[in-house]
Structure formats: structure tokens, C-alpha cells
Design a protein around this ligand. Structure first.
Ligand SMILES: Cc1cc2nc3c(=O)[nH]c(=O)nc-3n(C[C@H](O)[C@H](O)[C@H](O)COP(=O)(O)O)c2cc1C
Length: 503
């Protein structure tokens, strides 16, 4: 039996909302329109620190109770709730606990059940109506309404039992058809292309309104061959309950809000996009993409859409991926055998993909290059990256200023840069000409002190982390209150918002 590390005590999105509400993290908004207001409000939330999760209800044109939750995992507090960790947990303990919870041996396969709340409403044949849900138009130039943003697309490998769940966007064409966009190379795309190469229909279940943990799993680089169900079940310490969909035979979460099931077929395509994407552009434009003919819809009474529309980075998913993808990057660089790895960070400004930093305790000539190449090409780093920076362990990898200071003072372009050519990219890459998308290149920057003369490298102005901590403990009160602030009798806690080395 697996002993749960974390206490994930919610069972579905509704219970998560209830618990987040109890923490004062949820605001209710009524009367916002799907055409414009919801997208605009969500953009405002995404680009405001510590903004609440928002539950939209009474959306004009839709029944009371047909809701959308936006900005769910945007704060460390709500991410901790999702992972079942103490809500005041700091960055590195969060990453370390997350890595413990996702060790391979902890995965728990889902449990098949006969029924569940998602079957409260079963729509087939003429009753299939995707338009009954208040899918927003998230950005002004979107080519359609997107029901699938905080979405779990479930596909099965035709050659094995591997069921993969990926967050792949879903656009509404009409009442019975939606488009599923999967970037080249993603697991779901590899499965889809296998079916198509055999001229077989590709079964897909699009799940909207699952709990935020399963969504986090679907949007992260889970190891090849591992089902997100089992991975997230391992974090919960309890298997996901799934119902085998009679149409596609795919397992769908019994407690999710909405599922649309059907088949993609080779050559059965319609224009998809443009869509505002995570790079901050409508970069992939409009393309022909496979269409899902929805054969059945299952949904709970008063269903809730989980909305995670991309916005200019950093936006909501970057606020949790800054921790989780960074933790996975740390694990993967270490697992590839790079010694002396101290920390890793995927910067939100680059969508947690375009700019990665790794810090090392240098041990040998060539060590920094090894770390850089592995970080840029491992599972977490490979897709649509741009720059990887390797720094010494005195640099705070989470601090863009610190990392750039190392780049500007320890690297010299003629000896410090490598370029990798023809790496994994795709239609979403804004820097690649529209006719040439597919590959991109990577810049690796060795911003460590040069190994050969590290002993002669100028001494950096301090203080070190311990001295900084002591200064703040003793003198931090100066930063609090107004000009008349006085030294406390006992040392005060640092002002909120002032970074401490423990942050
Ligand atoms: C909000 C959001 C939307 C996403 N939309 C897409 C998408 O439309 N297509 C896609 O291929 N990946 C998309 N991704 C990224 C994938 O979910 C991510 O790469 C995931 O690891 C894919 O699963 P896979 O590695 O099993 O293929 C999205 C991620 C997020 C957070």
C-alpha cells in the first residue's frame, strides 16, 4: 500500500473550489459575457500577482450554474492546496516534496468504477450539443470559442496499454464538432499519427473540468510510458476512479465535469486557430487540423469548465510550472548523470520553456557544457526551448538579475556559447518563418567562472546567503513601517515581498 505524503483531501473540482474558498482564494463574478468579459478579466488575473481564482456564473445566454473557473493554480498557496502540501510551503521544499511524491514507485493506476457524477447527463445522437456550454472567446483574434484550455485529452497508444493525458486545446466548430490541436512530437500526436498511418480512427476523450491536479499532470512532461492517471494518483495516494466510456473504450474520470468522446479520422480536417498562445502571440495562425465528431457528451448537473487560456508569459500555468517544471528539470539533469547540480529554474517569462537556468558546483573541465546540453535536450527541456544558462552555485537561479549578472560578467562570447541546430520546435514558435516551422536552434551559455583560471577569477562582492540572512534578521525592521519605525524588542520577520534566501 502506498502511504500518502500529501493530503489531497478534495475529490474533484467542486471540492477543490470549496476548499480554496475556505482559504479566501475564490471570488465570484456574475454576468460576465463569454464573448469578451471572461477573456479580459482572466488576462487581468493572469498578469496580477496573488490574484484570486474566479468562478464565473450567470453567463448571459446560459443557465445559472453553468460556470467557468479561471486562474485556479496561479499562486503558491493554491498550488500547495492542489498538491496537498502545507499552504505556506517555500519554493525549494515544495519542489523537493513534489519530486518525492512523483517518484516512479509511487504511481497508482486508476480504479475502474461503473458509474459516477459525470454520468448525470448522457447526450447522444441528436442530443449532442457542444454549444450548451458557455465556452469563451478568450482573445479578440481567436478563430473560435475554446472549450478546451484547462483540458485533459485522453488518448491510448494503439500498440500498448499506455493511456496518455495531455492538455491539448479544443476549439468548438459547431454543436457536434470540435478541433483538437496537438503539437508535433507530443505523446498524443504520436498516438494519433500511428492510427492515421494505419487508416484507423483515433479514439479521443476530451475532458473539461477535471480536478486541478489531473490538469497539472496533463500539462507537464510526465515520463514516457507513464499514464498521468497513475502519476497523479501517486500524488493523491489514492487511485483515480474512472469509467470506461462505451463509445471509445477510453477511461474517463468519474468525478470530472464534462467529457466529449469520439474519433479523429485521417484527412477529416477543418481550419483551427488562430489562438492566443503561451509565447504571447497568435503564432501558429490558422491551419487545417483533425476534427472530432462528438458522438457522446457526459456532464454533471450545473457543469464547471476549467479555463486556462494562454496569455503573454508569465501567465497562470507558468506560476505553477516555475516550481514543478523546475523540479522535473533538476531531476532529469541529475538523472542523466551530471554531478554537482545544485538548482534549476524554468523562467516564467519564457513560458517555462524558452529560458532555463541550472546551477552547478563545478567539478571538472567540460562540466558546465555537459549540464547545458543535457538541460536543453532532456524531456523537460527539449520542446521549443531557446536559451539555457549554466551558472555557478553562488548564483540564485530564480533571480533573472543574478543569472544575467553571471552571463554578463563570467561569460565571454567566443568561448562561452554553443548553438544546437535543428532542435524540436513547431508551429507555435514565433521566431521561425511561417513556411519553415518545425526546427529551431538553441543557445547554450556557459556563465560559470572559466574552469582553467577559476582561482584567479575576481572575487565577487558579497554578502553570501548566510550573511544576508543575518543582516535581515538584525536590520530587517528598517524596511518595515514608515520613517518612524523603531527597532523591535525581538527580531521582526522580514517584510512581505522582500526576498529572503529561504524564499
Ligand atoms: C493551458 C495549456 C494549454 C496547452 N495547449 C496545448 C495544445 O493545444 N497543444 C499541445 O500540443 N500542447 C499544449 N500544451 C502543452 C502540453 O499540455 C504539454 O506539453 C504536455 O506535456 C503534453 O503532454 P505529453 O507530453 O504527454 O504529450 C498546453 C499546456 C497548457 C498548460
Amino acid at each position: 500500500m502506498v502511504i500518502p505524503f500529501a493530503d489531497v483531501s478534495y475529490r474533484d473540482l467542486r471540492e477543490w473550489i470549496h476548499q480554496a474558498r475556505g482559504l479566501g482564494e475564490v471570488r465570484d463574478v456574475r454576468g460576465a459575457s463569454w464573448q469578451e468579459d471572461i477573456g479580459r478579466i482572466t488576462e487581468m488575473l493572469h498578469h496580477t500577482d496573488d490574484s484570486p481564482a474566479v468562478l464565473f456564473d450567470d453567463i448571459p445566454g446560459y443557465p445559472h450554474g453553468y460556470r467557468i473557473l479561471a486562474n485556479a493554480n496561479a499562486t503558491r498557496t493554491r498550488l500547495a492546496l492542489t498538491l496537498g502540501l502545507p499552504i505556506d510551503i517555500e519554493r525549494r521544499p515544495l519542489m523537493d516534496r513534489f519530486l518525492e511524491m512523483t517518484e516512479a514507485g509511487r504511481a497508482l493506476p486508476p480504479k475502474v468504477v461503473k458509474d459516477g457524477p459525470i454520468m448525470e447527463n448522457v447526450l447522444t445522437g441528436d442530443a449532442v450539443d457542444v454549444l450548451k456550454f458557455p465556452s469563451p472567446k478568450w482573445h479578440p483574434l481567436d478563430g473560435g470559442r475554446y472549450i478546451g484550455t484547462g483540458v485533459c485529452d485522453i488518448l491510448k497508444d494503439p500498440d500498448s496499454d499506455w493511456v496518455n493525458i495531455g492538455a491539448y486545446r479544443v476549439m468548438v466548430h459547431d454543436a457536434k464538432r470540435v478541433a483538437v490541436y496537438i503539437s508535433p512530437g507530443k505523446h498524443g500526436r504520436q498516438f494519433r499519427d500511428k492510427y492515421f498511418s494505419r487508416d484507423e480512427p483515433c479514439p479521443v476523450a476530451v475532458v473539461v473540468g477535471e480536478d486541478p491536479l489531473l490538469f497539472v499532470a496533463s500539462s507537464l512532461e510526465i515520463p514516457q510510458g507513464v499514464s498521468e492517471y497513475a502519476w497523479a494518483g501517486g500524488i493523491r495516494g489514492e487511485p483515480y476512479e474512472v469509467i470506461v466510456d462505451p463509445v471509445t473504450k477510453l477511461p474517463i474520470p468519474a468525478h470530472a465535469e464534462i467529457a466529449m468522446v469520439g474519433f479523429l479520422r485521417k484527412g477529416h480536417v477543418l481550419p483551427e486557430g488562430p489562438f492566443g498562445e503561451w509565447t504571447g502571440y497568435y503564432a501558429s495562425g490558422e491551419r487545417e487540423e483533425p476534427v472530432l465528431d462528438v458522438q457522446a457528451i457526459y456532464h454533471r448537473n450545473d457543469p464547471i469548465i476549467l479555463g486556462v487560456p494562454p496569455n503573454k508569459p508569465p501567465y497562470e500555468p507558468h506560476r505553477y510550472r516555475e516550481y514543478l517544471r523546475s523540479a522535473l528539470l533538476l531531476r532529469e539533469v541529475k538523472a542523466a548523470g551530471v554531478p554537482g547540480v545544485v538548482d534549476a529554474h524554468c523562467f516564467g517569462i519564457g513560458g517555462c520553456r524558452l529560458l532555463l537556468a541550472v546551477s552547478i558546483q563545478q567539478r571538472f573541465a567540460g562540466h558546465a557544457r555537459q549540464a547545458a546540453h543535457v538541460a536543453s535536450m532532456c524531456r523537460v527541456g527539449a520542446y521549443l526551448g531557446r536559451m539555457v544558462v549554466v551558472v555557478d552555485d553562488d548564483i540564485d537561479v530564480t533571480d533573472l538579475n543574478d543569472v544575467m549578472w553571471a552571463v554578463l560578467t563570467r561569460s565571454d562570447p567566443e568561448r562561452s556559447l554553443d548553438i544546437i541546430h535543428r532542435a524540436w520546435s513547431g508551429p507555435l514558435d514565433p521566431a521561425i518563418h511561417p513556411d519553415l516551422k518545425g526546427f529551431n536552434s538553441r543557445l547554450l551559455i556557459d556563465a560559470t567562472r572559466p574552469w582553467e583560471w577559476r582561482d584567479k577569477f575576481p572575487i565577487a562582492i558579497g554578502p553570501d546567503a548566510e550573511t544576508k540572512r543575518e543582516t535581515r534578521k538584525k536590520w530587517g525592521w528598517i524596511l518595515q513601517g514608515g520613517p518612524d519605525a523603531e527597532a523591535p524588542k525581538s527580531p521582526a520577520a522580514p517584510r512581505r515581498g522582500v526576498a529572503t534566501p529561504a524564499d
